[in-house]
Design a binder for this molecule. Structure first.
Ligand SMILES: *[C@@H]1O[C@H](CO)[C@@H](O)[C@H](O)[C@H]1NC(C)=O
Length: 472
């Protein structure tokens, strides 16, 4: 009975998603042959698809994961642009299925009602992600492997499978190594805290340790102070307790992850850098405001949730006025000294970020400062919405990971926000039906608008003989 309901709903969800998407997909195929960076990806994909694995375009900075996977197209059909792009659309359907099973795992829905499937659908429909699922970019496939890796790790699947999924995640995008390590660091940090027996901040150093079972009432979430006490305990006991709390499954996880990290370091050492090819365009710089742009991303795509919790968030700010003011001062210092503008951002009018820059940040001198209260509000909103999920064992590796992935580059790329956003989204308390439905409507509207602009607005570039389109 349960089983039937689940698969019926799932089938309808996937069928509707695919039917609408393939319609847009076909229209896109008729509208434009090459969407911006596809000028590098498509010839590369075609070369691999034709079995020409020695061909490599030096403009490409990622590893060849996408092209390797799409070389399978040859087995079934021809290596056309249409088919290469279709590989991504199929990956986005797989993502929808993975979202469904991961949401099931996290929220433990008792009854599979519409909202459960809508919640998964919302993630697959996240407007920029949905757009890139229709063209030949690396992001959708990269997300697919990361989700599969996470699902396999959480559900404790075969270690060889986990390892292969991890390798493919990194082959799609090198930065995925950070997200791969997030799961294990979170788990180890959690054990680190729990095993130190920090009960309500009380430091308990017992001389004799009982067998490692978590029977006593332990806190559901820990903070930095707990981390400090845990460190004190573990240093004084030479980490003996910590290791005693690791179960065989943890050791297996440590082993696979260490192997992945080791292979990755080997690659970086051999290659001399994290990026392949055109290294000059990807020099690492410190660019902290990227974290603020990420907050804006959260603000736009979680708008229904943020608005519904608007008053409680203001109340939270009101309760810690001094902290809020200090945060504002800090944010103003950061934007004053560290606002960086990549030349592409000012020149490339095919992305929405160009228009935001042109009409706001770049237009008024005060704009970067005037935006800081919004960032601070959004940070409080995020904190409020995380509620009891903001355990330091998650927040610390997550924040560090997000910082590494986002803040070490000059260029603002909306695509880089997908993974940290989806992680946080899956971490939030289970949203109410109202929020889920409002979000579906909001995403449908944004997708309709952006595809409308894409199909109807042309931008002329003298470097190309075909007209350009505006994308995320
Ligand atoms: C995709 O577009 C190309 C070029 O416009 C066209 O020749 C081809 O038939 C289209 N493919 C499909 C399956 O619609």
């Amino acid at each position: 009975m349960q089983w039937n309901t689940y698969y019926n709903f799932l089938f309808i969800t996937v069928a509707v998603y695919f039917a609408i998407s393939i319609y847009i997909f076909n229209r896109l195929n008729k509208t434009i042959d090459i969407v911006i960076d596809e000028q590098f990806h498509i010839p590369q994909g075609k070369a691999y698809c034709e079995g020409n694995f020695t061909h490599w375009d030096n403009k490409i900075t990622t590893l060849p994961g996408l092209y390797l996977v799409s070389s399978a197209v040859k087995l079934i059909s021809e290596c056309t642009t249409y088919n290469l792009r279709l590989v991504n659309l199929i990956a986005s359907v797989v993502n929808l299925l993975l979202f469904t099973s991961i949401i099931d795992l996290i929220y433990n829905y008792k009854k599979y009602r519409c909202e459960f499937f809508l919640q998964a659908l919302n993630l697959a429909m996240l407007p920029p992600l949905y757009f890139f699922s229709h063209i030949y970019y690396t992001d959708t496939m990269s997300l697919m492997f990361l989700l599969a890796f996470s699902k396999a790790t959480i559900s404790n699947y075969n270690i060889i499978l986990i390892f292969i999924l991890g390798v493919f995640s990194v082959l799609m995008r090198q930065t995925n190594i950070v997200w791969i390590l997030l799961l294990i660091t979170r788990r180890l940090l959690f054990i680190y805290l729990v095993s130190s027996r920090v009960y309500k901040n009380a430091y308990k150093a017992e001389k004799r340790y009982k067998p490692p079972v978590f029977t006593k009432k332990i806190k559901s979430h820990y903070n930095l102070t707990d981390l400090y006490y845990a460190t004190r305990l573990h240093l004084s006991t030479y980490f003996k307790v910590f290791f005693r709390f690791l179960i065989p499954r943890d050791w297996v996880m440590i082993f696979t992850h260490a192997l992945l990290l080791g292979s990755f370091m080997g690659f970086v050492y051999w290659n001399g850098s994290i990026v392949l090819g055109d290294k000059s365009a990807h020099e690492a710089v410190l660019h902290i405001p990227q974290m603020f742009y990420f907050l804006i991303f959260y603000g736009v795509f979680s708008l229904p949730l943020i608005l519904s919790n608007f008053l409680p968030t203001l109340k939270l700010i009101n309760e810690s006025k001094l902290r809020f003011v200090l945060l504002l001062v800090l944010f103003n210092i950061i934007v004053h000294y560290n606002t960086l503008v990549h030349p592409y951002l000012l020149a490339d009018n095919r992305h929405y970020t160009f228009y935001v820059w042109n009409r706001w940040f770049g237009k008024y001198d005060f704009a970067i400062y005037a935006s800081t209260p919004i960032y601070a509000f959004l940070l409080y909103s995020l904190y409020y919405n995380l509620n009891y999920q903001n355990c330091i064992s998650f927040l610390l590796p997550y924040t560090v990971g997000t910082f590494i992935v986002l803040s070490l580059q000059k260029m603002i790329e909306i695509r880089y926000f997908f993974v940290p956003y989806i992680i946080i989204k899956l971490r939030l308390k289970r949203p109410s039906t109202k929020i889920i439905v409002l979000e579906t409507i909001w995403y449908l509207a944004l997708n309709a608008l952006t595809f409308y602009i894409f199909f109807h607005k042309e931008v002329k570039w003298t470097d190309f003989d075909y007209s350009q389109r505006i994308i995320w």
